[in-house]
Ligand binder design. Structure first.
Ligand SMILES: *Cc1c(COP(=O)(O)O)cnc(C)c1O
Length: 487
């Protein structure tokens, strides 16, 4: 057959899409681990198009070439599956989006789609911005959104500075996210979405997702959830009614720490009080093909493949690090120099009961080690040191296994003092709202044996008694910009 006529390509595109839909339906029948390992990269694709390559190839090309003008016309009109140009889409990015979309939708029975972004912050921006448009019937109205205060520091800044200060869009702050009336009282006809982070970084805020989703839908609003700390291995907010999930894939999903990357995952046919049917039908595809095409916050293919390789083992990894964190949290809770420990896995935590209804290791009932549903709470926790900021810094400075870094989700344990790092920009008032005192240390337990992390914490806490103070090497040995000598 002659390869010509726009229609020829449209028909071929339809056949490819049908084949792919069938493949996806088969993937949805698989267990979580199988999806995480294979995602949307089929053996057929490997054998027929990618020289048998077992691992998804990295397409570094900026753009796609076409057979002729007809194929180009069909592609650029979005009439056939195409990737065109890597600012819009790219095959490697597609593998990344495909697996995240399946994992967030796992067990929900929902059709989902995903939008890859260059960072978690770009994911949040891409998820919220399409809703922040004025109703043409009410041109002067001041828009608002209702969102929890206990959010990641970068999110706090994006909402407070980029939206509220620079664009005059009001952030109606929910302080007690478990008080449903507080959410409801803040909603009016100019509200565009509800937003929450759970469990929150670092303070472990957690709310009744199902109830907040029902409230959002009562007012015809979408609920957007930052689920970075849980990952789809422990919680899938779409299953409880959330419309959109954002992930800083940089963190636990991509544990190795090789790339900054993010993702938005949405259900099809979400609710919104905006008159935009295309957006509501398939939010992520809409955002990908239109606003993000024009704004350009996409992931690079290299970062996508690096993250993809980590995602394959997310379930077993989250199981391991959650159990280690539980052990570390129990140690800290019983230590006399500790004022308090914030970890949802501790029965003493106010929100432990509620979180226990939501956070489970996915597929644990099919795991021969458990054969039942087991709770897992992730590897982010925080603790408060008695005596305020001074002793807190002393303990922090004495770690020699746990890295001092503004990072989390790593295979190596990392800790930070949020008040002087991730949450410093929002000021004391903002920290009070977000519940971040200056004696708080955020700790994310990695894949080491938990006893070694406990030993590091023990010796650091001992330093308060003047037993031992680790001062580190007197010189920096790193190259590049951070190279410096201490005299
Ligand atoms: C780190 C983080 C973000 C931002 O992600 P980046 O990939 O660093 O841009 C957003 N939300 C939460 C909960 C985070 O921990």
């Amino acid at each position: 057959m002659e390869h010509s006529g726009v229609q020829f390509f449209v028909e071929a595109g339809k056949r490819a899409q049908q084949w792919h839909s069938k493949y996806l339906a088969g993937m949805r029948e698989c267990r979580f681990d199988t999806i995480a390992v294979h995602g949307v990269y089929s053996m057929q694709e490997a054998l027929d198009f990618n020289q048998g390559s077992l691992i998804e190839p990295v397409y570094m090309s900026t753009s796609q070439g076409y057979r002729n003008s007809d194929e180009m016309e069909a592609a650029l009109g979005y009439m056939i599956p195409t990737w065109c140009y890597s600012r819009i889409a790219n095959p490697t990015m597609y593998y990344y989006e495909g697996v995240l979309s399946l994992l967030e939708g796992y067990g929900t029975g929902l059709e989902t789609s995903c939008l890859a972004t260059a960072s978690g912050m770009a994911a949040i921006q891409s998820a919220v911005d399409p809703f922040l448009v004025t109703d043409p019937k009410k041109p002067g109205a001041k828009l608002n959104f209702v969102a929890t205060c206990q959010v990641y520091g970068g999110t706090f800044q994006q909402f407070a500075m980029r939206k509220e200060k620079e664009r005059n869009i009001e952030w109606r702050r929910v302080i007690h996210s478990n008080d449903l009336s507080e959410w409801e009282n803040k909603i009016d006809e100019n509200t565009r979405f509800l937003y929450g982070e759970m469990p929150s970084n670092p303070s472990q805020a957690f709310f009744d997702l199902e109830k907040v989703a029902a409230l959002a839908h009562k007012y015809n609003l979408p609920l957007i959830i930052d689920s970075t700390v849980a990952t789809p291995a422990l919680l899938r907010p779409l299953a409880y009614g959330a419309d959109i999930v954002v992930q800083s894939v940089t963190k636990s999903l991509a544990t190795s720490g090789f790339s900054i990357c993010g993702a938005v995952i949405s259900r099809k046919n979400l609710v919104s009080n905006i008159d935009n049917d295309e957006m509501k039908a398939d939010f992520c595809t809409y955002a990908k093909l239109l606003p993000n095409r024009d704004n350009g916050p996409n992931i690079s293919p290299m970062n996508a493949i690096l993250a993809l390789n980590d995602i394959r083992t997310i379930r077993t990894r989250m199981d391991l690090v959650s159990m280690s964190t539980q052990k570390v949290a129990e140690f800290l809770e019983s230590h006399p120099a500790i004022e308090g420990v914030d970890y949802l896995g501790l029965p003493s935590h106010d929100l432990h009961k509620l979180a226990s209804q939501y956070m489970f290791l996915v597929d644990s009932e099919f795991d021969p080690r458990y054969n039942k549903k087991v709770n897992r709470f992730g590897h982010l926790m925080s603790f408060r040191v008695k005596g305020g900021a001074g002793p807190t810094r002393k303990v922090f400075d004495a770690f020699h296994r746990i890295y001092r870094a503004t990072d989390l989700g790593r295979i190596k344990s990392v800790a930070t003092i949020p008040a002087i790092s991730t949450h410093s920009q929002q000021g004391e008032e903002g920290r009070k709202l977000a519940n971040i005192p200056d004696n708080l240390i955020r700790l994310c337990v990695g894949g080491e044996h938990p006893d070694d992390i406990i030993n590091d914490l023990r010796q650091a806490l001992d330093s308060l008694q003047g037993k031992k103070i680790y001062t580190g090497s007197p010189e920096y040995s790193a190259g590049g910009a951070s190279s410096a000598k201490l005299q």
